[in-house]
Design a protein around this ligand. Structure first.
Ligand SMILES: [Zn+2]
Length: 118
């Protein structure tokens, strides 16, 4: 699944309502795609911390056109699971970052000292 519209269709199938009830939430998750074209854009919001950030943005629940109340967290979890295959945490993403010297001033200093000693 890759487009917010398809995620919204999936939400409709799960909880009822219309695509318009969910599209803003699913679009919010995928906004980072405008900055980075491949799957790595998901590192910004497709994880448990992103789901809680989504809840802060949209509120604890949404009320569908039909009056049914749906927790925003459910919608966020649905989006992440559909894209990632499971709920992932922010640490899953951070652990996958390959450390580079420029990422940390202290590490760079250690790396330089190590080179000078050898
Ligand atoms: Zn997505």
């Amino acid at each position: 699944m890759s487009h917010p519209y398809h995620h919204a269709k999936s939400s409709v199938k799960k909880w009822g309502g219309t695509v318009e009830d969910y599209i803003a939430i699913h679009s919010w998750f995928d906004e980072s795609k405008s900055h980075f074209g491949d799957f790595r854009h998901r590192a910004l919001r497709h994880h448990t911390q992103g789901i809680f950030e989504c809840e802060r943005t949209f509120g604890v629940s949404i009320t569908l056109e039909n009056g049914r109340v749906i927790p925003v967290r459910w919608v966020g979890e649905q989006h992440v699971i559909e894209d990632m295959g499971r709920l992932v945490s922010l640490s899953d993403w951070l652990d996958a970052i390959k450390p580079e010297e420029w990422m940390d001033r202290y590490t760079r200093k250690l790396a330089r000292e190590f080179k000078e000693e050898s």
